[in-house]
Design a protein around this ligand. Structure first.
Ligand code: ATP
Ligand code: LTN
Length: 328
C-alpha cells in the first residue's frame, strides 16, 4: 500500500496564494502525487479564526481551490476538498481537545502572533488541535508544509502518542516534509519576517496571479542592503539571500552557481533577472488559473468531499469505538 500524504492551506484574505506557499509547500504537494496517495484540503474552518468578511470569504475559498488546481494538483490522482464539507474534522478535533493541554496551546508562536489581531478567540487557541485532527483523520504518514508549521506538527505528534497510549494504537506518527531551500520565504519588504498573505502591504508578497509588470515592480522594490555584491548570507544579507533562494527555485540552478553569475552584476541587474525568472515560472500558473471555471471547480471539490466523507466516517467509527462512544 502506498503511504498517505495530507496537507491543508487556508483561504485567508482574498484566497490568492503567494510564492512562499508555492516554494515552501505546494511544490511538494504536487511532486508527492507521483509516489503517494495524496489528500489536500482548503482549510476554511481554520481561516475563520482571524477576522473576515463572509462575502469575500466565499470567493476566497474558490480562489484558493483554483490556485491548487492551477499549480498542478490533479483531482484524478489526489483527493481535494473543503474542510468544512467533511464534518468529521470538527468531531475528531473535539475528541482531541479533551487530551490537549491549554498551556501547550498558549505557547504556540502563531497563537502569540495572531491573538491581538484576532481578539483572542477560542478557535485561534484551538487551531492546532483542528490541524492535528485534519492529519489524523486520514492516518497519514507525511505532511508537506513550510517551516512555520513545525510547532503544530510537534503538537500533532504529541497527541498521537497520548491518544495511542490512553485508548490503544490508532494513529501513525506523521512526519513533516519541508524543502531544503525555501522552507521560509521572507517578506520582500521586511526580509526578517515571513511572506504572508495576511500582510497589509501587497508589495511584501508576490501572488501566483500577479501580472508580469506587477512582479517586476515588486521585485525592484524589494528591501536589500547597502552593499554592492550579491552573496548568500542570511545574517548579513537577508534580502539578497531571499531573492537568491527564489531564483534558485524558479530556475533550478544552485545558489553557488547564481552567486558566481551575479556576484558583481549590481543589485538592479540581479533583481531584473530574479523578476524574469519568477515571471516565467508563474505565467503558466496564472494562465491556467484564469481559464478555470468557478462552477466546474465547485463540482470537483464537491466530489472530493463525498469521497473524503466516506473515508473519514470509516476512521471515526474506529475512533468512536476506542474512546467509548459506541454501543459495542
Ligand atoms: P496567513 O498569512 O494568512 O496565515 P499564509 O500565507 O502563512 O497565511 P497558510 O495557508 O497558513 O499561508 O500556509 C499554507 C502553506 O504554505 C503552509 O504549509 C505554510 O507552511 C506554507 N507557507 C506559508 N507562508 C510561507 C512562507 N513565507 N514560506 C514558506 N512556506 C510558507
Ligand atoms: N496550519 C496550516 C494549515 C493547515 C494544515 C493542516 C497543514 C491546517 N490543517 C493539516 C498541514 C496539515 C498553515 O499552513 N497555516
Amino acid at each position: 500500500m502506498r503511504k498517505r500524504v495530507f496537507s491543508g492551506i487556508q483561504p485567508t484574505g482574498n484566497g490568492h496564494l503567494h510564492i512562499g506557499n508555492l516554494v515552501g509547500a505546494l511544490r511538494n504537494w504536487v511532486a508527492m502525487q507521483d509516489d503517494y496517495e495524496c489528500i489536500y484540503c482548503v482549510v476554511d474552518l481554520h481561516a475563520m479564526t482571524v477576522p473576515y468578511d463572509p462575502d469575500t470569504f466565499r470567493q476566497a475559498r474558490i480562489n484558493t481551490a483554483k490556485s491548487l488546481l492551477a499549480v498542478g494538483i490533479d483531482p484524478a490522482r489526489s483527493l481535494l476538498y473543503y474542510q468544512s464539507q467533511v464534518p468529521q474534522h470538527a468531531e475528531l478535533s473535539w475528541i482531541l481537545s479533551t487530551i490537549t493541554s491549554i498551556g501547550q496551546l498558549e505557547r504556540m508562536t502563531q497563537y502569540k502572533e495572531k491573538q491581538d489581531k484576532a481578539g483572542q478567540n477560542l478557535g485561534l487557541l484551538a487551531y492546532p488541535v483542528l490541524m492535528a485532527a485534519d492529519i489524523l483523520l486520514h492516518k497519514v504518514h507525511y505532511v508537506p508544509v513550510g517551516d512555520d508549521q513545525t510547532q503544530h506538527l510537534e503538537l500533532t505528534r504529541d497527541l498521537v502518542e497520548r491518544f495511542n497510549s490512553r485508548f490503544g494504537e490508532e494513529f501513525p506518527l506523521p512526519e513533516r516534509i519541508t524543502p531544503e531551500i525555501g522552507a521560509r520565504v521572507m517578506s520582500l519588504q521586511d526580509p526578517t519576517s515571513k511572506m504572508s498573505k495576511s500582510d497589509p502591504n501587497p508589495a511584501s508578497y508576490i501572488l501566483l496571479v500577479d501580472e508580469p509588470d506587477v512582479i517586476r515592480r515588486k521585485v525592484r522594490s524589494a528591501v536589500t542592503d547597502s552593499e554592492r555584491y550579491v552573496a548568500y548570507d542570511w545574517e548579513k544579507k537577508p534580502g539578497i539571500s531571499n531573492l537568491l533562494e527564489l531564483m534558485a527555485f524558479f530556475t533550478g540552478r544552485s545558489i553557488d552557481d547564481l552567486v558566481e553569475t551575479y556576484h558583481d552584476s549590481g543589485y538592479a541587474a540581479f533583481k531584473d533577472a530574479v523578476a524574469e525568472a519568477i515571471v516565467e515560472g508563474l505565467t503558466p500558473i496564472r494562465q491556467t488559473f484564469k481559464a478555470l471555471d468557478d462552477d466546474e471547480v465547485a463540482r470537483v471539490l464537491q466530489k472530493g468531499a463525498l469521497d473524503a466523507r466516506q473515508r473519514a466516517e470509516q476512521e471515526m467509527i474506529s475512533v468512536r469505538k476506542k474512546v467509548g462512544l459506541s454501543a459495542s
